[in-house]
Design a protein around this ligand. Sequence first.
Ligand SMILES: [Zn+2]
Length: 320
Amino acid sequence: MILTYKIKHEQDFTEELKKAEQVAKYALEHKSLSSKDVKHIGLKSIISNQILRKYSRNKKLKRIKHVNLTIPNQGIKVDKNNREIRIPSLKFSFNYCFPNNFTKVNQIEINSEYVFVSVTVPEEAPMKTDNWIGVDLNTTGHIAVIANPQTGKVKKLGKKAKHVHEKYKHIRKRLQKAGKYRELKKVGDRERRIVKDLNHKISRVIVNIARKAKSGIRLEKLKGIREGTKTRKSFRYSLHSWSFYQLQKMIEYKAKLLGVPVEYVDPYYTSKKCSRCGAIGNRNGKIFECPECGHVDHADVNAAFNIALRTQIDPLQTGM
Ligand SMILES: [Zn+2]
């Protein structure tokens, strides 16, 4: 699996980035693939080669914006003992703190602020299992509720999220009224960072629970979210639902690395059906009640069990 890590750097690459843009412009105009043609610009050929390839071959690109410095594997030196990566052509080195288990650094991209390190990480063989834990997202009080039908155990994660969301909702409203759009964007970015951090932690816990229980993970197909969808009905809505999509993607790749299978199930009736007998029950706020068997449970917990036990399966197909 290929993972990309983002690391902040302190180096001034203004000159190189300017040159990179010139090379990209040349590539777009002349469709050249030879670094000799752009030698006069003065960017190292190992880097200009990458940019030429990207911008000469791409027929859809009409305009140039934000050209990164791209360094291929051959131009990268890795010192795993000291956790240092060197790029001789740029006389630049930096330290990394991501896990050392990668087999190869495929490529590095650099912009004015960040280094993007793309590495190949080995995956464990997918575990064979008949046991599944169910994960209910977007619950009444938590980010995720996890249920394991084999043990009957339940775990609720991410209670803090609601407070974060409420807090930022108020701040955003205030800023919007005051017309302070720059601050609004800053606050939005901050909230996104906090949510992302939380999602990383929660997905880690979920995958660890599944692995320890030798179970796969069943998730609900989220409604209205498709890959690559960027249209936003309202900022609040999009950030909210996007965070669940992000969490699912994090669970997917963390699970894949550890060989934990992930499946998506149809969310149809997960919150209305009784997880014990399958009858349609009544939901009253946070409480689920079954008129058939008398089962009473927290509504989110009942839903999580339904997800775990659901048999209509849509096997995960992802290239991640
Ligand atoms: Zn029942």
